[in-house]
Design a protein around this ligand. Sequence first.
Ligand code: ZN
Length: 409
Amino acid sequence: MQLNEMQLGLVQAQMKRLKEIPNGFYQKKYDGIDVIRDQADFEKLPFTNKEELRDAYPLGIAAVPDEEIVRIHSSSGTTGTPIIIPYTKQDVEDWAELFARCYRMAGITKKDRIHITPGYGLWTAGIGFQLGAEKLGAMAIPMGPGNTDKQIRMMQDMQSTVLCATSSYALLLAEEIEKRGIKDTIRLKKGVIGSERWGEKMRKRIAGELGVELYDIYGLTEIYGPGIGINCKDGSGMHYWDDFVYFEIIDPKTGELLPDGTYGELVITTLRKQGAPLIRYRTHDLTRILPEKCTCGSEFPRIDILIGRSDDMVKVKGVNIYPGQIEDVLRDIPGVSSEYQVMIDHLYGRDIMTLFFETEAGVDKEAVGLNVQREFKAKVGLTVVPKPVALGELPRSEKKSTRVYDNRY
Ligand code: ZN
């Protein structure tokens, strides 16, 4: 998807400003780069990586004077130095507007009561949900995480209609409500779930047990926070707000731009951010741009739901393969469970990918194997060696990346 005229104008203005900021980070990064005249110029700009933001800790990335910064947020880095993102007043207002749009896209109105369970604090989750709710004019119920008894009590007493949560916490609450047999005292209609790679089975359980419609909301601390995209009622993919962010998809191994419809790593450019603008920021999230216009009629473009992280990707015979894709193929084949394991070997001068998967009792293993091979070739573009095994034979693992064993190096 090419930059439209408005987006190009915003990029040009932003680059001009960034090159003049006497803080080192942007000047150094864009030294020697001229005016961005067109798409080709833009695509020559270097990517921005998480490591650079980490190196700029604490406030090296600030693109405005101190007195214009009204708030900071930090990414919840698991190890080492965190990333600090400064926000101006306008950034906070813009984020609220983006988030309110997400709620509206999900059919949430100011009559709703929004029960917010993500954490408040340095990271962007709880505060983002709160900002959006207030901008929309809905009633925010700022719970934060934990204390299931209190969550349920407030949900009952306040008659919460929207639950904001991570998928795992939504599931925990759903199971608790089911266990206590109090479903008829709960008024939830919708769930807004922080977008991560989560299974269809989990989605069905949460939706079924709570009796709600689920929406995936997308975002990351480096780019405002949650609220830059969400799926609509028609459900396929997530719309994103292209008047504030520009999306590209690249091959995570080579950095080469990929055409719309092809899976790869999402790269985001902020178009209006003041405190910490980012140009071509590598998210490591894997998705694709959905080129068709959505059936809901919205003009905002869409990306597909996330299929994983680029760190989990492997390349076999020139084809990029992601754990999420493997799950998608297996999910649609009757008689096959969601458990799988992949071995990649280099034998006799070529790469061979062996796909172990569990089959339900009583199915014709050979026929299912051929089916898996055919579907994998059709959807991913690679011929695998199918190895059906009985249910329960493969080791269980929480982490998707440990299901792929690359024995080539
Ligand atoms: Zn739509």
